[in-house]
Design a protein around this ligand. Structure first.
Ligand code: ATP
Ligand code: MG
Length: 166
């Protein structure tokens, strides 16, 4: 099945991590591929403690500009190819964190991604996260959750906090 966690509120990646923890608790392996981020957040350090978790953080540090650079596309390509190469391995869950954002910035061809996700999710459980989930991905997903920002401490000028945001 394909699960899509999107929306502008906080909690998408941490929700996917929660699903990973649940699957690991069930005794299965989890593949976690993070698109668009180049640095290791604390949740990654935590997941690394589990031998059942295989983690790949791919992408360049820092925020992407509106016009994706070739390097961003290359990083997304590598991450997606890695996902494809792992499809026949014995993972209970595949997480493609921030893939929605990568698609929003057109880092990967939509037709290809949709067709891979469609076929792969017939026999595997896959989670994609990130704001701006394209309609095409939502259409393939059997579950779409939209986390809506009601308020966020950032608007009060409270900076991101270690252990809470990263
Ligand atoms: P989290 O990793 O906490 O689950 P997320 O995956 O939903 O958040 P992203 O869109 O990946 O959020 O954003 C990455 C960073 O921006 C995180 O540090 C997150 O806490 C922060 N963030 C998320 N939502 C908001 C928001 N509505 N306003 C400001 N910052 C946000
Ligand atoms: Mg996130």
């Amino acid at each position: 099945m394909l699960f899509c966690i999107t929306g502008n509120g906080k909690g998408k990646t941490t929700s996917a991590i929660g699903m990973a923890v649940r699957m690991i608790g069930y005794g299965k392996k989890v593949l976690f591929i993070q698109f668009m981020k180049g640095q290791e957040y604390s949740e990654i350090s935590a997941l690394k403690r589990f031998p059942e978790a295989e983690i790949h953080v791919m992408g360049r540090p820092g925020f992407i500009k509106r016009n994706a650079e070739e390097e961003d596309k290359k990083a997304a390509r590598e991450a997606f190819d890695l996902f494809i190469s792992k499809l026949d391995e014995d993972f209970g869950l595949f997480i493609l964190d921030e893939l929605n954002v990568a698609m929003f910035y057109e880092l990967l061809p939509m037709d290809e991604v949709v067709s891979v996700l469609k076929e792969a999710s017939e026999t595997r459980d896959i989670v994609v996260t990130g704001r701006y989930a394209p309609q095409e991905i939502q259409d393939v997903a059997k579950m779409v959750s939209e986390i809506k920002e009601v308020k966020h401490h950032y608007q009060e000028g409270i900076p991101a906090k270690k252990g809470i945001e990263f």
